[in-house]
Design a protein. Sequence first.
Lengths: 563, 589
Amino acid sequence: MSKLLRYFKGYVPGAIAAPLFKIIEAIIELILPLVVAYMIDVAIAEEDTGLVIGLGLAMVGMTAVGLGFSLACQYLASRSAVGFGCNLRRALYAKVQRLRLGDLDRMGTGTLVNRISADVAQTQQGAAMFLRLLLRAPFIAVGAIVMSAIVAPQLWYVSFAAGVLAFAVLLIVMKVSVPRFVDVQKKLDAETQITGETIKGERVIRAFTGEKRAAEKFAGAADAHRKTSFVAAAVSCLLNPLASVIVNLAIVLLLALGSGEVDGGAISQGDLVALINYMTQILLALMAISTLLVMVSRALSSAARIRAVLEMPETEEGEGAEPDENAPLIEMKNAAFSFGGEENAVGGLNFTLRRGEVLGVIGTTGSGKSTLAGLLTRFYSATEGEVRIAGNDVRDYTSEQLNSLVTIAPQKALLFSGTVRSNMEFGKETDDGEMRSALEKTEAWGFLSRKKGLDTAVNQKGSNFSGGEKQRLSLARALLKSAPVLVLDDAASALDYVTEARVMKNIMAECGDRAVVNISQRPGSLRHADKILVLDGGKVVGLGTHEELMRGCELYRRMNNNG
Amino acid sequence: MKTKERYSVTLRILSLALRHKKTFIFGLAAVVVGTALSMIAPILVGHAIDYVAFGGTDFEMITRYCVIITACVTASGVLVWCGNVLLSNLAYLTVRDLRKRLFSKLLTLPLSVIERHSRGDLMNRMSTFGENLSDGLYQGVLQLSAGAVTLLVTLVCMYTLNWAVATLIVLLTPLSAFVAAKIAKRNRVTFAEQSENMSRLSGAAEEYFSGSRVLRAYGRVDESAEEVEKINRDLFGSGVRSQFAGALVNPVSRFVNYIVYAAAAIVGGIFVIGSGAGGWADGIGATLTVGALSAFLTYANQYARPFNDVTSVTAELQTASAAGRTIFALLDEADEDKGGTEKVELPVSSIEFENASFSYNPKTPFIEGLTFRAEEGQKIALVGTTGSGKTTVINLIMRFYDITGGRLEFDGKDIESYPRADVRRSFGMVLQDTWLFGGTIKENIAYGKPDATDEEIRAAAEAAHLDKFVSTLENGYDTVISGDGEELSEGQKQLITIARVFLASPEMLILDEATASVDAMTERAVQAAFAELTGGRTTFVVAHRLSTIRDSDLIIVMDNGRIIEKGSHDELVALGGFYTQMLKAAGGE
């Protein structure tokens, strides 16, 4: 958590003032039993009704002042904690967009969304609780012990011992129960996993009539979950009763010992009542501490998860380089990339692509095609060899320079909520005519003109378009960008063969002076490429023209014959 | 949710909980008695205090009270603990039962119902909503019973002490309840605003994180950050409001309590004064001692507590009943019918569609005019683009879905006259989406025949070209794989499911022939295994590679839910239609 403290920036005064204000309220609360004692010993003993009323009103006045300070604290704490959360969220978002894509893929969108929503919220809540209760609860607990010692110095050890003992019980119970709750979570996860597995296998399970067996497996997991939960509850439920028994026994002890002191005149009857009140305050404060600890420990684990993301390595930004007009647009020299495992995700890449040339890339899923595309856009940085764009190592460019050199239409056509126009502006902020012409080339204008053209709304992630429509929009966006290197990563896979052929023909006609890397699973779409690269399991198994490969590459031949 | 509906959900949950009567009753009794005992303590302490006086302490009485109080609080501690544990267990038992029912339900509902929900949604009902329900049940029963007892016992104790002061405190109670309700209302409003903003944030984060590639490649990261910042700013406003509204509860209710406390002190003090020898208090039957006053002050605080807790308990109960409602909604869906009672006679001579139609959604017809006949031992191939209806035909044959028009005959009779389970059992199925479960490879192969011997399993694996791979593993067939089978390649997973079908040795076969994500080496093994498996069996193949189905007895070309061409490979090539186009476009010939 301490490393996240800097995200309090802009809210530091509030974060410091809040607990201090809260202490003022606590002090008032600690004085109240003394007022009651005075009322009993003086006002009531001397039968002074006026003083009784006066003292009562004084109590109301004091607590009103306490309320004022407390509210000020609550407001400042809320503001600081929420501000902290917002700072954290902003930093986390920026960080995620700078993460290396390999790491981003590995973590998964779902996890990262969780970090920025649930985990930040949890941390923020923890921070708020911390600011509100951090000083108050321990202050009251310790303060009550101190006040008891002041009221009855000869009995100081009773409340002291009770406080220490109850606190020890609290720590022990929490320490013992935390691993039990981890256990419970594991059992719940197991249960959930079986559920997920079963839903995924509905058809197979029914086909093999395995319903009963699945139910038995689940019943076993559900019973285990119930049992561990029971044990965890048995431990954690000890806290409240144990603490209150300890405090109540301390009250009994105060009665037994205190009565002698009163009898001897060392303390008054009112003092005894005050001592008992202080014990009750200790109990309440300890309960607050236990809630606080639970909240804070939850917040801490959220904070740790957030920190882990914030400390992940980032994509390295290049220093900037001048593209060389005469150099080949793409040059790969023995380039390879590994996600960190033993095997390269893709390796042995050697080819050169000049202006006006088309490279076809073919291979099955998992053969490394998309990784190759990622090397060109610097989504991934080659772990071996070199990737050069327009004469410079791809790593030397700034993001901005690279973006103007390389454009990609990814396999998963990603659209963003807004309008078709706002999505097209990703490529280039240009006039409607140019957008329309690009959309016509990718055969997207047909379905758009039946809607609202460029003003057609796009839902989140483009969910109001079919897969094929999304790909056609995504291709138009890439075309508008008019960068010299165009990477099409299986970008027309959802189109039927006939439409694909038309769209690709239009795109190629646009790209006479660009270098195009066309990745596909369809041999037919690549036949006319200048070179075709055949990948299998991350390795290059062929590079050449269609005719050369038909002669020399068995896998390529089979792909073509298989149809 | 409507009040009536919430009521019925609560009743259903309670009736489930009542199946564990002993736990329920003993748990409730322990909590009630334990709480009551703890509420008596202050009055006892008060009495004890009255025996304490400068130079006149009655030590005998003090000792007696000390013993009684000790016994009382210890017993209370033990009982409260027992009650808490039992009531937790009650919640766990109830939710466990509910989860088991929900799980069984997942396997008896029609697939159409299952597929209407996302997997995440169904899993959520099982895990998160189950937990919500468990928390709600525990908190609900515990807090409501403990709260009621606290209220009742405190009331009785206070009235035994002094009716006048007791009445004063009771009259002031609505103040506390009123303030709590006010704050709760404010909380609800700000909370709704906050969660609205939170879901906006999650939505944006989801979109921008999954679209990170495009944002980066098109240099739009800063613009997206700006969009997020807009939401972040709204989150600051609503966050501060809702955080502060939540933070109001404690200090304000503390303040209200202190007003009651001070009032009790003033009035109580006056009554103590008036209770002196010959005082007026005796005249109205409301004398008060210092000890009793101290007890009153304790009660003044405790009496209001259940009212303050009402807010948090209500929130928890609302979450729980919302969770319960979604769980029950699924449980209340009608099960898939078991089908007819006709006995399946092997071999099945034919399967025939006659002008059959089907739609997932009554408004948009999908499959129409489906007519073809598969004879015993034939190989039938279904080809067509994605979404053309190939898989749907398989779903109809397997009775995962039912035709909505026309006829589907199985062995010459309406397929609905046979039990669903028997129809399904007569097929072996290898799907594109391989399904393995957490367990050993052996268990996975033996899924269709759990009592198979090791030799049989091995033979099946050999036939599926899997044996060689398994023998390279350290633990061989006993290797444990995770539910997703992540340690295996797609091809290896596919081979396991093929071995599974080999072992079950079904009468007929359904193959969703997906080798798209298999590397070239494994693909050859998979194809060989498929070839061996199909020999002599009636087989339906959803084909992705046209070359593998050239030898089919019947090729059915589908488009948009209709059969557009059918015949043998040669006939279709001679026809020169869509099939020929597909062959060309795919790169062959």
